[in-house]
Design a protein around this ligand. Structure first.
Ligand SMILES: Cc1ncc(COP(=O)(O)O)c(C=O)c1O
Length: 559
């Protein structure tokens, strides 16, 4: 009897362990299925692969024909490159000289310079096509460098510039005048903060606000609060999305240590919703709505432009539907839904992405443009999520500080920005905003098609990205032709063009003319010659062979 009971007990215990193991396995499998199949979707693997990639570069001969272009095409490319190099040397002389003087001492500059184009081409490009890192003034939709060259600004200052540089100069000047008497006093607040908080509450639809010094810090705090209040460990971010450079939101390449409490899941996928429904360790879901333009892909920098596989398309209805599904599952599961609007807030609509998509998050982060031209990060959220201590546990706090977090000058420039948003003049910028920018993109695409140029643009309102329609290894050269035509791009090149909303039709037409002229010049110089048999796949395979040869075959110093 006793033996029988023991056996029964063991059997029951075994069955329980087995069931638990099967459940664990199932949840594990579900998590795997919710990862995007690309390397970007597998942070750990991406880091491992990145560490294996050997450095190599093309010598001067190979540089012009790494796609086996015939000798006359290579010669044509070389002549075009030499002409461009000479133009850069003369036109950007002072700007380049000062850049060269400081480059060795500014780590950021060295990094951005090295990663403008695929690394196999980088050194030669840097030596001959440096546009320089300095500008002296801005006006309207243009910037002027040290040599007096005026360029149309398509950098958007990383997204800060929504209303035009002159507007931000005004915010900074009027703001400074407003708080001059107080100066740099920190700790006590300048009264402008009261207005800022009122407006941010109205705009976000949330109860409380906290001020930080950058978007990265705002995201850190939003995630920390979510973890504190849910008592859960993990954050979910979507494959490819950028949320600043803090470790937990950058689990892949770029972060020397793994982020153990981050799940990188597939955007716009049922498998992800299943994981959110099942797991009990998820504190928050972090959404950067800019991913709607290129779901599951990294920010499209030209250093990754090794072929023409880069694609983008914004489907507003589909992305809205996705956000609504996320909203629902987060509400059901007590997961904090965070919209990271640091980049897009105020660019799509005066009420940001929440208004644009008609979906309310639990916490929203803002930054960039909200500072009226000065550095900023802001978190807005529901009262119970923003609280940093527990009434019943006085020692259990969620700490967040920051010396400069409510600097009077920043708060005053923000005040000017928020006051402007209330004016009819600001509202006018948003009337038919998408229709205007979609029509402009369509017009440019029409011209590019009519000219037989293998280039097209995709856009999410005023944020654009360039794609290439036939396989090529040289698409990254377009950024240098665009600069030569007087279009200023950020260091990620043609991956992201950011227009400010003060671009008039005439300004835009001037940019479109220059864009087409640049692409025509590049085509005439032979860069888009291509072997009809080549595909993006064959290009990638070939690069893989080069990588393997340089890694494993001795004596492969150069290709
Ligand atoms: C969506 C998003 N979140 C956070 C950040 C980080 O902001 P910051 O560069 O001010 O730290 C950025 C910056 O580009 C961003 O685009």
């Amino acid at each position: 009897m006793e033996l029988g009971q023991t056996a029964l007990g063991l059997y029951a215990a075994g069955a329980t362990v087995l069931t638990a193991s099967l459940v664990k396995l199932k949840t594990r499998l579900e998590l795997s299925k919710a990862k995007h199949p690309s390397v970007t979707g597998h942070a750990r693997m991406a880091r491992r692969l990145a560490s294996l990639i050997p450095a190599y570069e093309y010598d001067e001969a190979r540089f012009f024909c790494c796609d086996d272009a015939p000798a006359e095409v290579a010669a044509c490319r070389r002549a075009g490159f030499d002409r461009l190099a000479e133009l850069y040397r003369v036109r950007f002389a002072k700007t380049t000289q000062l850049t060269a003087e400081v480059a060795d001492s500014i780590s950021d500059l060295q990094f951005t310079d090295a990663y403008r184009v695929p690394f196999q081409f980088s050194r030669i490009v840097r030596r001959h096509l440096s546009a320089g890192a300095f500008v002296q003034s801005s006006s309207g939709v243009t910037v002027t460098d040290l040599d007096g060259n005026v360029s149309y600004d398509l950098t958007g200052s990383y997204g800060v510039n929504v209303f035009g540089y002159d507007f931000y100069k005004g915010c900074m000047e009027r703001g400074q005048a407003r708080v001059r008497e107080l100066g740099p006093v920190l700790g006590p607040y300048h009264p402008v903060i009261a207005y800022n908080v009122k407006r941010l509450r109205e705009i976000s639809g949330h109860d409380e606000v906290s001020f930080h010094m950058s978007g990265t810090e705002a995201v850190m705090q939003a995630v920390r609060l979510a973890r504190y209040h849910t008592r859960r460990s993990h954050l979910v971010r979507f494959c490819g999305s950028y949320h600043g450079w803090w470790g937990d939101v950058q689990p892949g390449v770029g972060n020397p240590v793994p982020a153990h409490e981050t799940y990188t899941l597939r955007d716009m996928a049922e498998e992800t919703l299943r994981v959110l429904r099942r797991r009990s360790d998820i504190a928050c879901v972090l959404v950067n709505p800019l991913q709607g333009l290129h779901p599951n892909a990294n920010a499209p920098g030209d250093s990754g432009l090794v072929d023409s596989a880069r694609k983008a398309h914004f489907d507003r209805a589909a992305y809205t539907d996705w956000l609504k599904q996320l909203r629902q599952v987060c509400s059901e599961r007590g997961i904090v839904l965070i919209f990271d609007e640091v980049f897009l807030g105020f660019r799509l609509a005066p009420g940001g992405a929440q208004e644009y998509f008609g979906v309310r998050a639990d916490i929203v982060t803002y930054g960039k443009t909200l500072g009226g031209g000065l550095p900023i990060g802001v978190v807005c959220g529901r009262k119970e999520l923003m609280k940093r201590f527990r009434d019943d546990r006085p020692a259990d706090v969620c700490f967040a500080r920051g010396t400069f977090n409510s600097h009077p000058y920043v708060m005053a420039a923000m005040h000017e920005f928020l006051a402007f948003l209330e004016t009819p003049q600001a509202r006018a910028h948003y009337v038919d905003l998408d229709a205007v920018w979609n029509a402009r993109a369509e017009r440019l695409n029409g011209r590019l098609r009519a000219e037989g140029l293998p280039v097209e643009v995709a856009n999410m309102s005023s944020v654009w990205t360039v794609s290439y329609t036939q396989p090529s290894r040289y698409n990254w050269m377009l950024q240098y032709y665009l600069r030569a035509e007087g279009l200023a791009l950020s260091w990620i090149g043609t991956g992201r063009l950011i227009f400010s909303l003060n671009y008039t039709e005439a300004d835009f037409e001037a940019v479109a003319d220059r864009f087409v002229a640049a692409a025509k010049a590049m085509q005439a110089d032979g860069w888009w010659w291509h072997d009809p048999a080549a595909t993006n796949k064959t290009i990638k395979r070939r690069i893989l062979r080069e990588l393997l040869a340089h890694r494993f075959l001795p004596g492969h110093g150069k290709s």
